[in-house]
Design a protein around this ligand. Structure first.
Ligand code: FAD
Length: 474
């Protein structure tokens, strides 16, 4: 780090790279660059690690697994908090410092062509100004979006409206819970709370759950959640929420409303682009829109030789695919680029997992997405109960809580080339064993190879062969 002066009373500290946000994306990138010898300032307004370790991936998976183990709520909530490290980022912060990263606590904002001002979050921290020689990286993540439902904003102030942040950190379990939104977060958290004894109503506006996936996947998830005792209402909009004594009355577009103790909003997230001063760099996404990037994660529409230099964006703020594995991948892409070995990102075969029991795993195109892109496809499905593994598991009693008849694999093959372009799976631990399908889609494998591949006996993966043989040339 070097120090240069500008007109402000605070010296401007100079780094090779300034990163805004130390979530999965920023933390991974900063550490990698610093270990590679670059000077890096990493600005973080909250906890080092961002959402994933404290209020997203890790605590939600800890609760889902504790539920599968049959634990009681109190024990499970304690294990969740242990997994989240007590929401203390001291170790993560120290690891970055050990790597040589300059960790700057506070909220960062661009205030000039190459200057970020950091407003400290603690009274004893000084305001700082940072500049970059090589690049600015925006890694500010996303935040839960409240849908336009009457009364929602007002009730948020009295603690009756949760987002996943509260649902994954609360010591309390509501007796009656309404979940708005049947995407991955809504489905996972509905299953968690139902498992620990809450009466759960899940309301989804789209005609099926997991709306971006193949229709049968959403239908399978609805059946699973109903088997868990959840009142699943698809094609139903939440109209209004209003206080009802100590409870909340939720009115919906069709059917009866419900009285609940808590409403959990899981209707999507907005990229965090507001108040970053990006307009000073010539980047001005509309509120709620992502920061558009090219295949190398460079902010679109910016001249790298202009006054701002190179500006990258990585993680949820890009809107590419809101997963920690995407954030980590984009961090790797930018690190490679800044070390002189840049390459275009390839999101073909990016995995999408829902960690319910049974789990969902999907990758590549659904048949509907292929059709939208004008790709003619052939599809085949095979049921997991055709495998020897299902027989063994059923005999052992491990499938007692799983509707096995909804557990299937679907393969989507380009009709012209025989190449696998997409796949979906619903089944116990599908997040693990179906992972080979992501590799197959990414490697643009012909389905004939999958058909010929030998899976160990007796594994769930044998079902992939059953679907592939329907599609492979004979
Ligand atoms: C309930 C839930 C469960 C999930 N489960 C999974 C899962 O199992 N697997 C998976 O892959 N993904 C999962 N995700 C998604 C995953 O959490 C996100 O994709 C990931 O955390 C995104 O990382 P990020 O670095 O882009 O953003 P974040 O983790 O949000 O980090 C951004 C950071 O930037 C900081 N920041 C923002 N503005 C400023 C500023 N101006 N100055 C300084 N700092 C700033 C914030 O404080 C934050 O720490 C889940 C999400 C949710 C909500």
């Amino acid at each position: 780090m070097t120090s240069v002066s500008d007109d402000s009373p605070v010296d401007v500290e100079a780094f090779d790279v300034v990163v805004l946000g130390a979530g999965s994306a920023g933390e991974t990138l900063a550490g990698e660059l610093a270990r590679g010898g670059l000077t890096v300032a990493l600005v973080e307004a909250g906890l080092v690690g961002g959402e994933c370790p404290y209020v997203a991936c890790i605590p939600s998976k800890a609760l889902l697994l504790a539920a599968r183990q049959g634990r009681e709520w109190k024990d499970a909530a304690q294990r969740r908090d242990d997994a989240a490290g007590g929401r203390d980022d001291a170790d993560a912060a120290q690891a970055l410092v050990d790597d040589g990263v300059e960790l700057v606590r506070g909220r960062g904002r661009v205030v000039g062509a190459r200057v970020v001002a950091v407003r400290p979050d603690r009274r004893d921290d000084a305001a700082r100004r940072l500049t970059w020689h090589r690049a600015l990286v925006v890694a500010t993540g996303s935040q839960a979006r409240l849908p336009p439902v009457d009364g929602l904003e007002a009730l948020r102030d009295n603690g009756k409206i949760w987002t996943s942040d509260e649902a994954l950190s609360s010591p309390d379990r509501p007796e009656r819970l309404a979940v708005l939104g049947g995407g991955p977060v809504g489905c996972e958290l509905a299953q968690v709370y139902a498992h620990f004894g809450s009466r759960v109503t899940l309301v989804e506006t789209a005609p099926s759950l997991l709306a971006g996936e193949s229709e049968w996947v959403g239908a399978a998830m609805a059946k699973v959640l109903r088997r868990n005792g959840i009142d699943v209402r698809v094609g139903t909009a939440a109209d209004a929420v209003a206080p009802d004594g100590d409870a909340v009355r939720l009115s919906v577009s069709c059917g009866d409303g419900v009285i609940v103790d808590q409403v959990l909003v899981a209707t999507g997230r907005s990229p965090r682009t507001a108040d970053l001063g990006l307009d000073l760099l010539g980047i001005a996404p509309d509120p709620g829109d992502p920061l558009a990037v090219d295949a190398r994660c460079r902010a679109e529409g910016l001249d790298a030789n202009g006054p701002a230099g190179v500006v990258f964006a990585i993680g949820d703020v890009t809107g590419v695919a809101p997963f920690t594995h995407t954030a980590n991948y984009q961090a790797r892409l930018v690190a490679a680029q800044l070390r002189g070995a840049g390459r275009d990102g390839d999101y073909t075969g990016l995995p999408r997992a829902v960690y319910t029991h049974p789990a969902v795993f999907a990758t590549g195109l659904t048949p509907a997405q292929a059709q939208d892109r004008g790709v003619a496809v052939r599809t085949a499905r095979a049921r997991l109960d055709q495998t020897a593994r299902a027989f063994v598991e059923a005999a052992a009693g491990t499938l007692d809580d799983v509707p096995v008849d909804v557990c299937e694999v679907e393969l989507v093959v380009d009709a012209a080339t025989g190449v696998l372009v997409g796949a979906s799976a619903v089944g116990p631990d599908a997040d693990g064993w179906a992972g080979e399908l992501a590799l197959a889609v990414r490697a643009r494998l012909e389905v004939a190879v999958l058909e010929d591949l030998v899976h160990a006996f007796p594994t769930w993966g044998e079902v992939i062969h059953l679907a592939a043989r329907e599609l492979a040339p004979r």
